[in-house]
Design a protein. Structure first.
Length: 297
């Protein structure tokens, strides 16, 4: 006889004592509570439920896999169908950009030629008397202050090279812009230019673009614009002025300290050299429609 209810059927018998009354076996309630936590009928029902649930789970998993595969197949088909149109749109945009750049260069060349003709005509008319010559001298000073004339002379050359995607990626932990390998930012070049002005520079160009009034250095996505003209690494900064005095001051400036920190932390290339015959182009002159005096006269 099997044991059910948590007791031994022979536990109440006194078979080992002859002549003694036989005790009726009584189930142990405490032993039953400690040994059998769940009625066998409940356990069988639960097992039957799990057996019936398995096919349903498999059905839902199969349906989910079919839906995911259908979505990916639809996306792939749509990408294949739209790819020719996307490539054609890209080619049209590239052609438009190149045409606009060519047109801009032609207009800029024409502007420079007309400005040269106007300057020559003005000088020929004003150089004939003392008043005209004084007026020309004043105009030359104004043009120099506005960076409207080309400059050639001694000075400093600062070359800053962005490491970008170098072969050895151990020297660059990442860019200073999220999701980009770009390290040199517009504020770094701004600080260098301001430090050069403080060091005694008389004229400055960045990436071949003359820096003057109303000229900005700013970030545009992953590129840097100087006077709305894009420049790329290596960034060459030319500063015309007394080379030795400029370099002594620039070596202690916050601009060079920033570059040295970027050089140590990100592997940026930094080179500073003095030289003669630095050629800086003339900057573009804009018409000023509004001005406000700041500070005392």
């Amino acid at each position: 006889m099997s044991t059910l209810g948590g007791y031994d059927p022979a536990s109440g018998h006194n078979a080992h004592e002859a002549g003694r009354p036989t005790r009726i076996p009584v189930p142990s309630l405490l032993a039953s509570l400690l040994t059998d936590h769940l009625d066998p009928g409940y356990a069988a029902a639960a097992e039957s439920g799990r057996t019936r649930a398995k096919p349903a789970e498999w059905t839902w998993q199969i349906l989910a896999a079919v839906v995911v595969a259908a979505v990916f197949a639809l996306a792939w088909a749509q990408a294949q169908a739209t790819a020719p149109g996307v490539r054609e749109s890209q080619q049209v945009l590239v052609g438009s950009v190149r045409a606009a750049e060519t047109n801009t260069e032609d207009i800029a060349d024409r502007r420079d030629r007309l400005a040269t003709e106007v300057d020559a005509e003005r000088r020929s008319r004003l150089e004939g008397d003392t008043t005209g010559r004084q007026l020309l001298a004043d105009l030359d000073l104004a043009d120099s202050a506005a960076a409207a004339t080309a400059v050639i002379g001694p000075g400093l050359t600062i070359t800053v090279t962005d490491p970008g995607l170098s072969r050895d990626l151990t020297d660059v932990s990442g860019g200073r812009v999220a999701g980009s390998k770009q390290v040199i930012l517009d504020r770094d070049l701004q600080l260098v230019v301001n430090s050069l002005w403080v060091s005694g520079a008389e004229a400055i160009s960045v990436g071949g673009v003359r820096v003057g009034p109303n000229v900005t250095i700013r970030q545009a996505g992953g590129g840097i614009l100087v006077d709305n003209q894009p420049i790329t690494s290596p960034y060459v900064i030319l500063a015309v002025g007394p080379p030795r005095a400029m370099q002594d001051t620039f070596d202690r400036s916050t601009g060079l300290q920033r570059l040295r920190l970027l050089e140590k932390s990100y592997g940026v290339g930094v080179a500073v050299s003095a030289g003669d015959g630095l050629a800086l182009p003339a900057g573009s002159v804009r018409e000023i429609n509004f001005a406000k005096q700041i500070g005392p006269n």
